[in-house]
Ligand binder design. Structure first.
Ligand code: FE2
Length: 364
């Protein structure tokens, strides 16, 4: 019997390095309904950056911009554009998490350190994963403050209108051709994750391009990381386009769970968030493919929401277009009704939609 050497309580936060955190913070508040809760920057004694912490239900996003052209944050943005730097994991013991993973081969990004303020202390440590992305272990059981030491509570004059986003369902990484298995092994051997599902290019190919994907999950299933790599096709894979523009591996999308996808997507569309479009023919035989569902077909069709079924139930999902000008990071909105899978039945329709966009960008 092997014991879970890296118990995780869930995702702690996701930090994006962005060109203009102040404006991005307003975008995520306005369009996605997050609430601004905390801030760190010159006014709080942090001299080289500004960070905005946004929250909706269990999700915390941190948006960080550098204040000067030199340094690792500015370098990261110059190379990658806006993107995810930190996938932080909530743990009970950040020192042990670091020791268990680095002793199994993880490269350290920062050694365990205790940070304190008037509200208590946290312990944080970080390891490197694909590309320049890192995992930060956050131990916060002795901390009562708003987010982390160094951050002060901050609210906005704009009152956020939440849209029902609840938690991060999964975060997907794109890696180079031939690298997927190495990163799956990293999550298995270094972090104690288990391989959940494999999709090969038979499952995920269109006339033009293909990709392969494997999903790893931690012991309690709270943290799931699908890893994609491009597969050979007649034209350029969407994963290759990502790698070309992100200048290497990185987070491709974050899937966010909702209990009412129709309401969530109606709001997102009203607020100007753009989604991939699948042809209306997708809906012609949808109910033959997925069987009986609770929702009416018409609103799903109007909103372009996709449906897939597995042995345990069904799921509804939709993908935004990239949320910055580089065709890199995007979001998925997902509602699970029993299904624990990832929408394999939608891959073809989706990837054809992505390819149409890719073609418009001249990158196919
Ligand atoms: Fe996904």
């Amino acid at each position: 019997m092997s014991q879970d050497f890296l118990p995780l309580n869930g995702t702690d936060y996701v930090e994006l390095y962005v060109g203009n955190a102040k404006q991005s913070a307003l975008y995520y508040q306005y369009a996605f309904g997050y609430e601004l809760i905390a801030y760190a920057g010159p006014e709080t004694g942090v001299k080289d950056r500004a960070s905005y912490v946004l929250k909706q239900d269990k999700i915390r996003l941190v948006l960080t911009s550098p204040l000067h052209p030199e340094g690792p944050i500015a370098d990261h943005i110059r190379k990658h554009g806006d993107g995810v730097k930190v996938l932080a994991l909530w743990v009970d013991d950040a020192e042990l998490s670091w020791k268990e993973t680095t002793s199994r081969g993880a490269e350290s990004a920062s050694e365990p350190k205790k940070i304190s303020d008037d509200h208590g202390h946290v312990v944080v440590s970080s390891i490197k994963t694909y590309g320049e992305t890192i995992h930060t272990f956050v131990e916060r059981k002795d901390y009562k403050g708003i987010f982390l030491p160094g951050y002060q509570p901050r609210s906005s004059t704009y009152t956020a209108q939440p849209i029902g986003l609840k938690y991060i369902d999964h975060c997907v990484g794109n890696v180079e051709l031939g690298e997927m298995n190495r990163w799956v092994e990293f999550y298995e051997n270094v972090m104690g994750f288990k391989l959940l599902i494999t999709f090969d290019d038979e499952d995920i190919s269109t006339e033009y391009s293909a990709l392969m994907s494997k999903v790893v999950s931690n012991g309690n299933g709270y943290v799931k990381f699908p890893i994609n790599e491009p597969a050979a096709g007649k034209k350029k894979s969407q994963i290759e386009e990502y790698l070309d523009f992100y200048k290497g591996p990185g987070v491709q999308h974050m899937a966010i769970a909702t209990d009412d996808i129709i309401q969530t997507v109606t709001e997102l569309r009203k607020r100007g968030v753009e989604f991939l479009v699948v042809p209306s023919s997708y809906y012609d035989d949808l109910l033959d493919r997925v069987g009986k569902i609770d929702e009416d077909l018409q609103p799903l069709k109007d909103l372009n929401i996709l449906v897939d079924r597995d042995d345990e139930g069904y799921l509804l999902q939709i993908f935004t277009k990239p949320v910055q000008d580089r065709p890199t990071l995007f979001f998925e909105i997902i509602q699970r009704k029993g299904a624990k899978s990832f929408g394999k039945g939608n891959f073809k329709a989706l990837f054809e939609a992505i390819e149409r966009e890719q073609g418009l960008r001249g990158n196919l």
